[in-house]
Design a protein around this ligand. Sequence first.
Ligand SMILES: Nc1ncnc2c1ncn2[C@@H]1O[C@H](COP(=O)(O)OP(=O)(O)OP(=O)(O)O)[C@@H](O)[C@H]1O
Ligand SMILES: [Mg+2]
Length: 457
Amino acid sequence: MALSPVHSASSSGVQPGSNNNIAVDNKTQGNAYNFKEIAKSLFIGLKQVGDLYKNAAINLHQELQRSTKDFDGLSQAARNAFTKTFGSPSSAKAKEDLALKTNQQKVSAKKIQDIHVKGQTFTHIASGKSKHVFRNVDANAKNVVYKPVQDMSERLLNNRTNEIIDEVVLAKKIQTKIQDPKGLNVPKDAEVNIALDMEVVGGGKGLTVEAPKASGDLESLSKVSMKPLVAINLCNQILNGMTHMHAAGYVHGDIKPENILIYSDGDATTARIADLGKTQSIDPNQTLVYSGNGRYTAPEGGLNQQSEVYGTALTLVRVLESTLPHGPDGLVTVPAKSPILDAKNIDKKEINSAEKNERFGIEKFVTLHKDCVQTERSTLSGKFKMLLREAKVAVGVSTPSPKQQAAVHSYIDAVVDQLAVSDDQKIILRSTLKQMTNNDPATRPTMQQAKDRFEAF
Ligand SMILES: Nc1ncnc2c1ncn2[C@@H]1O[C@H](COP(=O)(O)OP(=O)(O)OP(=O)(O)O)[C@@H](O)[C@H]1O
Ligand SMILES: [Mg+2]
């Protein structure tokens, strides 16, 4: 769900349009909030989030039922979560509701069937929030196709289609800008590391977008051990892509490992920044609302080029973690004995419950560490907190805690210490990643400067 920009250094007045979850009326209120508008927008936003959350709970319940057969067989935690969302299952109405919704869910699950484009058959391989991604069943096929996620009403489905078309249009714009000799003057054969080569195929309801097929995204591939030099090379490429995006005057808006595609060709591994669904052009000094993954949010909130340097650093840490020994769950995690995870300001109970969470490493650390303001936004209260924080940041009320910076920096130390690279290389990695994750945006390097430092390897 893309949010529109709602505030900037120069904007004033309440922005029209249903997509604005927060509105700050600077014109009539000076620097004070227009609480009525904010409250109204928050409730509209929360209603949407609540519906999505309910659907996720239905999915979860179905999953659990598959393995446990009935409600009584569920764990206490699952029973509590279920009851909280749907009421007691003994209530006839709740059962009826569930049956209806389960049925709706099944119908929409069935929709992710093979599709046929230009006489070829494509099968579903992955989905994000707005796209289903299909791969040609022919294993040697070079392309994938995208379809809008289809579990929304017809109206929303059409919006998603438009969002995907917008993404292709934007990719072309960025490509032109990057290759325009009057603009950035990047030679045509230079490696740009942004996945810009998308094409619209067909139209209307049958619309698909075609793009070169990647081996996978960085999150799924980081579960496979990577050599340190391969990881550092990928970090360089990610910085290269982000630098080009920023130089062209854009912010990506949702930088995270799942949105970085990896193309393997023999020994060559290429990273490309993908998913431009939240990408927007931005003026210097402008701040937009960040609507991406809360685990990669900068502590000051909001979206601009400086905040994206922070999220990019956390993504790079995630890449470096993939070179460390894997935990028992097959994902990367800092060993339990690490002084960081022993730190007394981490809530032990939360760690235990989060053990079931599939996220590990830096992502888990920043969401569990009490001093880090990053919020797990898949919970309603998390989203609510984040929205409030964004509203405050708009008028400069929020100040990130210095403890957050210290916590993230010591995490970076722990990861870099374990890397099998030279001491000189460790020094560069540590200092660059730490500066990129400084709480004060003004003291962070620009994406270009960070890239230059990494390249000094
Ligand atoms: N060209 C590709 N080749 C292979 N896999 C791809 C490709 N494009 C996307 N994917 C897979 O599909 C997933 C979803 O794609 P994408 O991020 O573009 O969709 P989205 O719905 O916008 O995601 P989000 O939930 O981040 O908004 C990616 O994380 C990746 O795993
Ligand atoms: Mg994505």
